[in-house]
Write a protein that binds this ligand. Structure first.
Ligand code: HEM
Length: 491
C-alpha cells in the first residue's frame, strides 16, 4: 500500500534531470521519435520528462494510447498552448492548434460535414482527372516524380477547398501552402526554449539569440497569406459570378441565403477550415509507397497482377474497383505503418490530473503519442522494419485480428485526423493507377551502375522520404494509348 501510494505521486519514469532546468539537456533535437522509443525500452511504455517544471508525457504503446486518448478522451482531447506556433506565429485560427472548446467543435463539425466518407464521392471525378494528369506527367518527365506527386495532391485539395485548378508546376497557390508549413512544422517539432520559458516571448527581435522571434514573424506572415489569399480570391470571383463550386463557395453561398447568428464568426470558420484542407501530408504517404515499391519489387509485381486481373490491362482502375483489390488496400496500410509520416502525433494536453499504471499525470501536462514506436512494436508487428502488406491479409481479405489496423498513423481519440478518408482516397487512386501503368525500379547512373535508394526519412513534424532516384517506365506498349484515351474521355 505504501509503495502504491508513493508511486501515485510520481510522474511516469524517465531520464534523471537537473535542478530547475529539469531534462532540458536530455531533450533530443533530431529524430525525437527514435530517442523516445529508446526511452520506452529503458523506462516503460509511458515515460515523462520535465523542463522548467512543465511535464511532458510520452506514450509509446497501443494499450496506453487507447486507454488515455480513446477511453479517457474527455480528458485528453485538449491541445497545449504552444508559444511559437500559436502565439508568435499566430496559427491559432487553425483548428489543429485549437484548445478543446466550442470554437474547435464548430470548426470540426463544419469540416466533417464535407469530408466524412459518404460525402467523398463528389470528389471522385476530380481525383480521377488529376490522376490521369499525373500519369501523363510521369510519362513525360518521370525523373520529376516528386513535384508531380506534390502537384497532384495539392491540386485535389485546392479544387475541393477553393474550386481552383492548378495551372502548372510552381503554382502560386501550391507554393503558398508549402512555404507556410515549413516554419510552423519546425516550430512544433523543435523544442524551442520559449515553450518552457514563456517570458522569453517579450525579448525584442534584434536581441542576440532571438532568432526564434524572427522565424516566428516570418512564419506569421506566411500563415496569414495561406489563410487569406485564396479565400479572398473566391470571394472576388463570387462577386463577379464566376466562382467554381467548392467548400468555400458553397458555404459562403449558404451563409448568404440562410444567414447566421454571428456572420463574421461563421465566415471566419469557413475561411479557417478551407486553409486547413490545404495541408500536404498525403504526398508524403504516396512517396513512402514509391520508396517501398523500389525496395520490394516482388510486392510491386504481385500488386500489379491483382490490378491486371481487374482491369485486364485495357483500362485504368476506378474507385468502384477498390473493394475488389484488398492487396492494394493492404499495401497502403503497410505504408502508413512502415513509416508513419507524422511519427510523433500532434501534442494533446491533460485537462485534469489523472493516474495511469499507478503514476501521476498532472493537470496541464503535454501528452504526446510516439506513433512510430507504437507501429514498430515488434510484439505487435513482427519484423517491423520489413515492408510486408501480408500482415493485414488473411484468406485474401483485410483482417486486423492478428496485426491491428495502423490507424494511429492518423492520430488519436477525438482529435483523429478528419481528412483521413480524403487522404486515403487520393492515395489509393494514384497508387492503383501507377501500378496499372508503370514499373518503378532502381535508377542507373551514367556508368550503368544501379543506384541503391536509401530508406531514409526527413526529421520534422511531417516526415517524408529523403530525395531518392527511381526509374519509372511504362509496363507494356499500350500504356500510352490507355492514358491518351483516358485523357480524351475527361475532356
Ligand atoms: C496521409 C495523410 C495524412 C496523415 C498521415 C494525417 C495525420 C494526422 C495526424 C497524426 C493528426 C493529429 C491527430 C491527433 O492530434 O491525435 C492530424 C490532424 C488533422 N488532420 Fe490530418 N493527416 C493526413 C491528411 C490530412 C488531410 C488530407 C487533411 C485535410 C483534408 C487533414 C486534416 C487534418 C485536420 C483538420 C487535423 C486536426 C484535427 C483536430 O485537431 O481536431 N489531414 N492528421
Amino acid at each position: 500500500v505504501h509503495i502504491r501510494k508513493r508511486k501515485r505521486t510520481l510522474l511516469p519514469p524517465g531520464p534523471a534531470g537537473h535542478p530547475i532546468v529539469g531534462n532540458l539537456f536530455e531533450l533530443p533535437h533530431n529524430y525525437p521519435w527514435l530517442a523516445y522509443a529508446d526511452w520506452a525500452k529503458r523506462y516503460g511504455d509511458v515515460t515523462s520528462f520535465k523542463v522548467f517544471g512543465r511535464a511532458v508525457i510520452i506514450v509509446s504503446s497501443a494499450k496506453a494510447a487507447t486507454e488515455l486518448f480513446e477511453k479517457r478522451s474527455t480528458n485528453y482531447s485538449d491541445r497545449p498552448r504552444m508559444i511559437m506556433s500559436d502565439e508568435l506565429m499566430e496559427w491559432e485560427w487553425n483548428f489543429i492548434h485549437m484548445p478543446y472548446t466550442d470554437r474547435w467543435r464548430r470548426h470540426r463539425r463544419l469540416f466533417h460535414q464535407y469530408f466524412q466518407p459518404r460525402k467523398l464521392t463528389k470528389y471522385y471525378s476530380s481525383q480521377h482527372k488529376l490522376t490521369i494528369n499525373l500519369l501523363d506527367q510521369l510519362s513525360r518527365s518521370p525523373q520529376h516524380f516528386v513535384p508531380h506527386i506534390r502537384q497532384y495532391v495539392s491540386s485535389i485539395v485546392l479544387k475541393a477547398a477553393y474550386g481552383y485548378e492548378v495551372q502548372a508546376e510552381n503554382d502560386f497557390y501550391v507554393n503558398l501552402a508549402l512555404v507556410a508549413m515549413e516554419p510552423v512544422s519546425h516550430a512544433i517539432h523543435e523544442n524551442f526554449l520559449v515553450e518552457f520559458m514563456p517570458l522569453l516571448k517579450y525579448v525584442p527581435d534584434w536581441f542576440p539569440g532571438a532568432y526564434f522571434k524572427r522565424l516566428a514573424k516570418d512564419g506569421a506572415k506566411k500563415a496569414r497569406d495561406l489563410r487569406d489569399i485564396p479565400f479572398n480570391m473566391v470571394k472576388d470571383l463570387m462577386v463577379l459570378g464566376s466562382a467554381e463550386q467548392s467548400f468555400v463557395c458553397d458555404n459562403l453561398e449558404k451563409l448568404r441565403t440562410e444567414g447566421a447568428l454571428d456572420a463574421k464568426e461563421a465566415e471566419d470558420t469557413v475561411r479557417n477550415c478551407a486553409a486547413v484542407i490545404y495541408i500536404d501530408t498525403t504526398s508524403a504517404l504516396i512517396l513512402t509507397w514509391v520508396l517501398a515499391m523500389v525496395q520490394y519489387p516482388e510486392i510491386q509485381k504481385r500488386a500489379q497482377a491483382h490490378i491486371d486481373a481487374v482491369t485486364r490491362k485495357i483500362r485504368l482502375p476506378e474507385f468502384s474497383d477498390r473493394n475488389s483489390l484488398p492487396y492494394i488496400e493492404a499495401i497502403l496500410l503497410e505504408a502508413l505503418r512502415w513509416h508513419p509520416i507524422v511519427p510523433l502525433a500532434a501534442p494533446h494536453r491533460a485537462i485534469e490530473e489523472d493516474e495511469y499504471d499507478g503514476y501521476r499525470i498532472p493537470a496541464g501536462a503535454t501528452v504526446i503519442a510516439n506513433t512510430w514506436a507504437i507501429l514498430h512494436d515488434e510484439e505487435v508487428y513482427p519484423e517491423p522494419s520489413i515492408f510486408n502488406p501480408e500482415r493485414f491479409l488473411h484468406n485474401g481479405t483485410i483482417n486486423f485480428e492478428v496485426q491491428p489496423d495502423p490507424i494511429f498513423s492518423f492520430g488519436y481519440g477525438r482529435r483523429i485526423c478528419p481528412g483521413r478518408h480524403l487522404a486515403m482516397n487520393s492515395a489509393w487512386i494514384a497508387v492503383a493507377s501507377i501500378l496499372a501503368t508503370y514499373d518503378i525500379s532502381k535508377a542507373v547512373d551514367d556508368n550503368g551502375s544501379i543506384i541503391e535508394p536509401k530508406v531514409e526519412f526527413t526529421d520534422g513534424l511531417v516526415s517524408h522520404p529523403k530525395p531518392f532516384k527511381v526509374q519509372i517506365t511504362p509496363r507494356y506498349p499500350e500504356v500510352n494509348k490507355i492514358i491518351h484515351f483516358a485523357k480524351m474521355d475527361i475532356q
